[in-house]
Design a protein. Sequence first.
Length: 251
Amino acid sequence: MALAVANYLGVFLHASPFVLRCIAVVAVIFFMFMHLRSVEGGGAFQTIITAFKILPFVLIIGNNENYSTLEEFVEYAKAHPGEIVMGETGTGAAPTVAITAIENALGIDVTNVTYEGSADCVTAIVGGHIDATFAQAGNATAQVEAGNAKIIGVLANDRLQAFPDVPTFAEIYPNDIDFEFMGFCVISSQADVDPAIQDYLSEKLRAGIDSDTFANTLKTLGMQTNNMTQAELKEFLLQQLDLYGEILGNR
C-alpha cells in the first residue's frame, strides 16, 4: 500500500525518486503504526486473531564463483563495495528493508535493483541479471532443488526446517545481528467483535494450524509457522514494528 501511495502521488507531483522513497518510508511507518498500536491500545481498528504463516527471510544467491557461503558473501561485499547487485521489491518493502538492515549491521554496501516481486528477483538471479536477494524460502525452493540458486543465510534465531543445513546470520555474526526479519500472514477481525467470538476463532484456527494436514501443506511449500497465542502474536508484531521503525529511521 505504501508503494502504491508513493507511485500514485508521483504521477501528479512529478517528484524525484528520492522524494518518492521518503513518502513510501513515511507511509510504511504510518500504516504499521496505525495497525499495530491500535491493537496494543485496544483501539477500534482491528484485533489480531492468529497468524497462519510466520517465515523468516533468507539470503538467496545464484551460482557464483566469488562466493558460495554467507561468510564468503560478506567478505566479498566488504572488499568490493557496491559491486554485488541485489534485487528488492521497492522502498519500504521487507526485502528492501532487510538489505538495509544487513548493510548497517555488517558494514557492507550493495547495489539495489527493484523488481515487482520476490519471484521476479529469483528469476533474475537464475538468469544472471542480479547476484542475490532476500525473500522467503518458498520463492526459491524449486530453483534451489534444480541447482540454479542457493540459500546461504537465514535472518532469524533458528534455522529453517526445510533447509536445516543453512546457518542463521546470528550464528555467523552473533555480535552484529541481534534481530529477526520475518514475513507473516495474519488473520484479524474488527476490534468491536465480541471477545468470545474472537477467542473461539483463535482457538479453532490455531487447532487447524496445529493439524498434520496444514503442517504437511506448509512443508511441501518450503514454509513453516509459529503457532502463537494472541498475546504472543501482538508482542511479536510490535517487535517487528519497532525493528522497521529503527531501520527506516536510520536509513
